[in-house]
Ligand binder design. Structure first.
Ligand code: B4P
Length: 197
């Protein structure tokens, strides 16, 4: 089983590249951003709480996100592996993920971080905001808050995986094909090390 954490700041291409990874490697995609937006759009009481947080560029509480991840891992018992996209976003979530996977006799295989500078992130997110309809993609101060939340709360997750020897950084600037080619190289190397026997 190959469990990938695809990591990076908002707008770095995690969701975009996850589609390519699914097509090539057949892993099950688990995007906490997608799961939270689905709940938000359902109009439930929980969805309204989530809307307030996401639309202002803040993180949703760890326990809420963890519950969603747990349910979706349990639903896919026969998966060849998962892509965790946008999760973990705090070191608390990272420790929780390790424990949850251990209960299934599993672990994170690789954490792949897309490296993109803040100016490029702003440009990409504002561009997506013209068509996405996402409130968090359309306002510069909210985008800046998302980037700042990333630097303060999410970036430390890199150290968590680095300490386990699972962290690889990939240049996220370039065409979609160029970035995917770098991702494939890193994944193929990791697969050779972890899963060749
Ligand atoms: P996410 O859905 O994870 O949103 P994201 O960070 O904006 O997306 P991503 O990096 O996947 O960008 P994409 O590929 O689309 O999270 C949204 C919100 O949900 C968070 O702010 C938070 O509130 C909440 N949330 C989610 N997970 C959580 C968690 N674990 N804990 C707490 N809260 C959580 O790329 C962006 C744009 O760039 C696209 O338009 C794309 O076309 C373009 N692009 C991609 N690659 C490019 C390239 N190489 N060159 C040029 N453009 C490129």
């Amino acid at each position: 089983m190959f469990n990938l954490v695809i990591f990076g700041p908002p707008g770095s291409g995690k969701g975009t590249q996850s589609e390519n990874i699914i097509n090539k490697y057949g892993l099950v995609h688990l995007s906490t951003g997608d799961l939270l937006r689905a709940e938000k759009n359902s109009g439930s009481e929980l969805g309204n709480k989530i809307k307030e947080l996401i639309d202002n560029g803040n993180l949703v509480p760890d326990s809420m996100v963890e519950e969603m991840v747990k349910k979706n891992v349990a639903k896919n018992k026969d998966a060849a592996g998962f892509i965790f996209d946008g999760f973990p976003r705090t070191t608390t979530q990272a420790a929780w993920l390790d424990n949850m996977l251990a209960e299934h006799g599993q672990s994170v295989t690789l954490m792949l971080a897309l490296d993109v500078d803040d100016n490029e992130l702003r440009t990409r997110i504002l561009e997506r905001g013209k068509v996405s309809g996402r409130a968090d993609d359309q306002n510069v101060s909210i985008i800046d808050n998302r980037i700042s939340v990333y630097h303060q709360q999410t970036q430390p997750v890199m150290d968590f995986y680095s300490a386990q020897g699972k962290f690889v950084s990939v240049d996220g600037i370039g065409s979609l094909d160029e970035v995917f080619s770098r991702i494939s190289t890193a994944m193929d190397q990791s697969m050779l090390q972890c899963c060749s026997n």
